[in-house]
Ligand binder design. Sequence first.
Ligand code: ATP
Ligand code: MG
Length: 456
Amino acid sequence: MSKGFPMLPQAAQAIERLRAAGHEAWIVGGCVRDVLLGRTPTDYDLTTSALPEETEAVFAGERLIETGLQHGTVTVQLEGVPLEITTYRVDGGYTDARHPDGVTFTRSLREDAARRDFTINAMAYAPGEGLQDFFGGQADLSAGVIRAVGEADRRFQEDALRILRAIRFASVLGFELDPETDAAARRNAPLLQKISVERVFVELSKLLCGPGAGKILRAYPDILGVVLPELTPTVGFAQHNIHHCYDVYTHTAVAVDHVPPEVTLRLAALFHDLGKPATFSMGEDGQGHFYGHPKVSAALAEQILLRLRAPKRLREEVVRLVEVHDWPLSSEPRLIRRRLQQLGEEGFFALLALQKGDAAACSLSDCTREDGRNAVETAARAILAARPCLSVGDLAVNGRDVMAMGYCGPGVGAALRLLLERVIAEEIPNEKTALLQSLEEKDAKKPEKKGKKVSF
Ligand code: ATP
Ligand code: MG
């Protein structure tokens, strides 16, 4: 195993320096798991028998960041690469389901591994030493299993975030929970209410962007319902509609899988139909309807994202997408220009992607509309390539031109917006003479509307 274990040179260098000073040192946790899976680790964590001050002494002269010192973590920057180096540690008792009451340093790697959450996250590796796998992590990695280290109930009661981490890893890695870990996760799910919303949101975002997100959503409505109680009324909610072959929750899970794995789109897909249970009505035709559900869904999405303290910009983008998710789109250039003006280029393509995912989660006949959506995309790209007029700033006239025609105050902006409307509707070309002439004609027809003319 030691040969052919690809390792970041800076991490290898750090291990070597700690060992040269008489300490044990390993890479540990997520990075070992990722290397064994053939993935590139996002970050490298090291674990060492050295006490924090001993680690600092070894790396004296390097850039050190002491932010995690009370937990035994020193961050060392080697050649620009930050490495988190943590002293072998045993967590003290847990009384609040989220924080250890204290941490104790130990000189035993095994004890450090035992405090880690899952077997696949509890392995350590060092060049020359090979892999240390005390809890069968490698076997679980090969079998695709998430298994708690030690007794699952106790581990989830110590830190309930681990429940969400378990299903997050299952989603991201395409794994399944070992039956005992699964049962304990479900049993202890209510403890998630004690976890800080920021930590919950991080795990939720990663879970949603995993390739197994839809499957995990379908398998764990009970756990997700603790952090997102707004989902619960959609679970099993029949749609009674010819376009829908799934209940609202299943439709949602399938839609999540069918939008690209970006957090904005995945959240928008997750929330887009939250308002359906509250807006359901049965039509005389025997079909279920959900009039006004996008607005209700958007309000619920906003409530959730505020509660979870999601970043403001992300919240606004998600809420907007949910609100407009059923706006008609077609390859008709006038409609595309209007939507581009209303949503911006990014918002337009995000809506298109959301609608594709939504349609893919409806009855089979609806999925065939995919072709139409590809045509919309092609048409929109062609329109954008021609640099269309989509905002007042793109008009061939500006405020000064309009003022020269006698407009002033709010009348200037109103006149420009009117011109923009007419250009988007293709009633007039975006050319200076045509635009000014159009204003003149308007004034001639409705002189009183010109209203705010400058008077001398
Ligand atoms: P990611 O790919 O998200 O970085 P990771 O496994 O590296 O996944 P981190 O949050 O970076 O996760 O944590 C690093 C390691 O610390 C984990 O692999 C695990 O060994 C341990 N760990 C992290 N959080 C917990 C926790 N809540 N309880 C127990 N061990 C944890
Ligand atoms: Mg990590």
